[in-house]
Structures are given as structure tokens and as C-alpha cells.
Design a protein around this ligand. Structure first.
Ligand SMILES: *[C@@H]1O[C@H](CO)[C@@H](O)[C@H](O)[C@H]1NC(C)=O
Length: 458
């Protein structure tokens, strides 16, 4: 099939950062639905956890920030917010039009020439009620902490939501209303990055290649080329995506949402999608991921949408945990070996403030590249790069009702491994690390680590 959609299928030299996912196990799709029902009952904005104030629009990386005083209710120029017809509603309400011009007008009215092209708001969320599963809330806290860590390191604001904004948008469909609302609430942000609550950022060094790979694109998700070719409902994972804050995206989400349970056509879409995708079996419930795959690969609008959508296959923009967790120890060992062997002049073993992380991340990235580590950098199970995201599809940390195809140990150990793997990258700047992947004993990281061995803090 000639997919009009941009798919990063070729392992282009130079741009490769992480391993491409191999085809995962058939059946993960069903997990996505199970997961969707449990966790993605995402909801209302809860807390804005982030470091930068809304009006500091310069990119985070050291460029001086400009701050203006925010006008009060009576003295500021009027903007789209003053339009009584403005609707935040993703289902009813008046469709928002002219958003690009409205954003620009808002930015100008607040003294900015334009939005920073690198400005990202990450949005995630979980259910309104306490988790029924044993330690479910503790796990969600760890998943949230992991996102907080990544966002703090990368100057990204994190919006975590636990309310159901749109009761009719059930299951994983619930992310559409909050993503849409986040766009309206953050005209200063160029991108909204949706990350499912059960996804772990496992490369704290990696910055999204927004300018290098996604310029001119408005929607980025992770996919598998073989599944795209056979129109599987698992071809594209809908649990992690980047969407540009623009009118195209609002229209795209409207189109997507219209296939969902808040609309009367939902049942009909279920049949259409089941017939169009290769492996839905007798499942005629139109889930958000199947709808996304249908829109991008099958629908009559696919050419138009494909010009602006991009399916990442080269690095783990979203990695299936089963493909990833067994390799994390080996990945960590390889990074450590590179640092141990790096000449002191490279500074990789030097202690530094967390704020300087981007520079050290770039140096580490350069050091591990260029043949310092044998074997392919990417290439799925062969790859040794840290995966950007390890996604625990089907493990259901909140409810504990994991997909029966996974054992309790594989899910629990996998999640703890991935979270600890990320924590160790963060703790490094604070002088500590874990004794072992599943051991919470803290070791002191000595001067010149890892050339010098860590010690127990007695
Ligand atoms: C955890 O690591 C510490 C320090 O190396 C060790 O003493 C302890 O036995 C380990 N715990 C387990 C359960 O392996």
C-alpha cells in the first residue's frame, strides 16, 4: 500500500537515535482497549506542574527570558478569551475557527513576536477515583514522578488531569477533550505532547527532534511499518502523540472525536473500521486507536491528513515494554562502559548542576555514537540506545487488571525496572543511584563515577 503519510521507515543514517521497534506481539491491540477503559478515563486539569511561567516564552536552553506583566481583567487588550462564544467543549459547542490567527493575536497582545517553536506542554492523566489495584496509586505516583523529572530536565510544562471533562468520551477517548483544552489554555505552546499515564520516559537525555524531524508536521505518533502495510489496528499507537497547537490539529481532533462514543455515528464507525482494518476480529467497538489508524491509513482524507501527520518508526518515541524491559540492564551497562572509558577531557564523569543536563546529554550522546558501542544503535531488539518511552500497555498499573497474556511478575518487575532505570539517570546529578535495578538501597556515587565504584551510604 502506498501510504501517503510520512512514515520514517528507512533507518536513515545520522538521524537514528533509538531502536526501531520490531513488530510486537499480536494481541497488544486488545490490551490497548483494556488499558483504555481502565486508565485513560483521563480528566480535568488538576495541576500545572512546571518550572517556567506562562509568559516566559524563550526556549528553555539558556536564552534570556522575557517577562511582561500580565494585564488584569480590565486593562489588557481583548483576545479570543473575551469571546463569549468560545467553547472549550470537544463535543458540543461552536467549532473553533481561525485559531492560528487568534494565537498570533494573543501572543502579540502580550508582547511576543511569535511562540517558541520548541515550547511543549506535556499532558497526561488518570482516573478520578482511587486505584482499585494493590499499590495502584503508588505506581501512578511513580509514573507521574517520572514525567515530572523528564519535564523539569527539559523545560517542559506538565499538565496532569484526573477529571472526566466529557462524560461521553469514555475510555482512551477521554484524552481528546483535555488535549484540546490544553491547546486553548496554552496559546504560548507550540506543541502538546500526550503521554499515557502508564508510559515511562526511559531516556532522560533525549530531547524531541522537533525542528530536525517534525518541522512542517502537525501530528506525530509511533508506528510499525509491517502493521501499517497490512492495516492492522495496532499499526499506530495512540497512547503517545505530539500535536501542534494549530487549527489543523483542532480540526483533526474534531474529525477523530466524531468517530467516538459521544457521537451517534459511533456504532456505525465501529462496523466501518472493523471491516477496513485487518485484525479487529468481531470487535465492533470503535476504539480511539482504531479510529486513528483508520483516519490516517484508510479514510478518503488520508492523503490530506498524511501531509501533516508523521509516523515515527526509527526510535522508541513509544516502545512496547515487552520489547524493551529485558534489555534495560544491558543498555545501562553500555552507557556506563562508555562513560568509564571516556577521556577525562570529555567531561562525562564531571559532576554538574542539573540545569546543565542538556549539555552533558549532548556530550554523552556524541560519545555513545560514532562506534563507541559495538552493534547497531537502533534496530529494535538489537539496539542498545535507551528507549525514549517504555509503554506498559496491558499492565494496568492502576486497576491491577492486567491482560492475562502477561504474568504479574513480568508487569511488576518491568515497571519497577523501567522506573528505576529512569530514576538512576536523574539521581546521578544528586550524587546517588540504586544498588541494583530492583533494589531500592541507595549507593553514593563517588567522584569520577563510574571510573570509581559506587559505595553503600552507611
Ligand atoms: C540491595 O543492595 C544492597 C547493597 O548492595 C545489599 O546489601 C542488599 O542485600 C540488596 N538487597 C537485595 C534484596 O538484594
Amino acid at each position: 500500500m502506498a501510504a501517503p503519510l510520512g512514515v520514517s521507515a528507512s533507518p536513515a543514517a545520522g538521524s537514528k537515535q533509538h531502536g526501531a521497534a520490531p513488530p510486537g506481539l499480536a494481541g497488544r491491540a486488545r490490551d490497548a482497549v483494556v488499558f483504555a477503559a481502565g486508565v485513560a478515563a483521563a480528566a480535568a486539569m488538576l495541576a500545572l506542574l512546571g518550572s517556567a511561567s506562562v509568559l516566559e516564552l524563550a526556549p528553555w536552553s539558556g536564552i534570556p527570558r522575557v517577562a511582561v506583566s500580565a494585564p488584569g481583567p480590565d486593562d489588557g487588550p481583548r483576545t479570543f478569551y473575551d469571546d463569549p462564544e468560545l467553547s472549550y467543549d470537544a463535543v458540543g459547542g461552536r467549532r473553533l475557527a481561525g485559531w492560528d490567527a487568534k494565537r498570533v493575536a494573543w501572543l502579540r497582545s502580550r508582547g511576543f513576536a511569535r511562540a517558541s517553536p520548541e515550547r511543549v506542554v506535556m499532558v497526561s492523566g488518570s482516573q478520578p477515583e482511587p486505584c482499585p489495584g494493590a499499590a495502584g496509586d503508588h505506581l501512578l505516583l511513580r509514573f507521574l514522578k517520572n514525567k515530572l523529572d523528564y519535564c523539569r530536565l527539559h523545560g517542559i510544562e506538565l499538565l496532569y488531569n484526573r477529571d472526566v471533562l466529557q462524560p461521553a468520551m469514555t475510555g482512551a477517548w477521554a484524552k481528546i477533550p483535555i488535549v484540546r483544552a490544553a491547546m486553548l489554555a496554552h496559546p504560548e505552546a507550540e506543541w502538546v505532547w500526550w503521554v499515557d499515564s502508564d508510559a515511562v520516559l526511559t531516556d532522560m537525555d533525549f530531547s524531541l527532534p522537533l525542528a530536525a524531524r517534525y518541522a512542517g508536521r502537525n501530528f506525530v505518533a509511533y508506528g510499525w511499518t509491517d502493521k501499517i502495510a497490512r492495516r492492522s489496528w495496532l499499526a499506530i499507537n495512540a497512547g503517545v502523540f505530539l500535536i501542534r497547537n494549530c487549527q489543523w490539529s483542532l480540526d483533526f481532533m474534531d474529525e477523530w472525536a466524531r468517530m467516538g462514543p459521544a457521537y451517534p455515528e459511533h456504532a456505525r464507525w465501529g462496523e466501518v473500521v472493523r471491516a477496513a482494518l485487518s485484525d479487529k476480529g468481531d470487535d465492533a467497538w470503535c476504539d480511539d486507536q482504531s479510529a486513528l489508524v483508520y483516519l490516517l491509513l484508510v479514510s478518503s482524507n488520508r492523503e490530506r491528513l498524511g501531509k501533516k501527520a508523521f509516523i515515527e518508526t526509527e526510535y522508541f518515541f513509544q516502545g512496547y515494554w515487552v520489547d524493551v524491559v529485558g534489555r534495560l540492564d544491558g543498555v545501562a551497562a553500555r552507557y556506563e562502559a562508555v562513560e568509564r572509558g571516556a577521556p577525562p577531557g570529555l567531561g562525562l564523569r564531571r559532576r554538574h548542576a542539573e540545569r546543565e543536563q542538556p549539555r552533558y546529554a549532548a556530550a554523552r550522546n556524541a560519545a555513545v555514537g560514532g562506534g563507541a558501542v559495538p552493534g547497531p544503535a537502533g534496530g529494535g531488539v538489537e539496539g542498545w540506545r535507551r528507549p525514549l518511552i517504555t509503554h506498559f500497555v496491558g499492565c494496568q498499573p492502576c486497576s491491577g487488571g492486567r491482560n492475562p497474556m502477561y504474568s504479574r511478575e513480568s508487569c511488576d518487575d518491568g515497571m519497577r525496572r523501567a522506573l528505576g532505570f529512569a530514576d538512576d539517570q536523574v539521581l546521578r546529578a544528586y550524587g546517588f543511584r540504586h544498588a541494583a535495578p530492583l533494589n531500592d538501597t541507595m549507593l553514593l556515587v563517588p567522584f569520577d563515577y563510574p571510573a570509581a565504584a559506587p559505595a553503600r551510604n552507611e
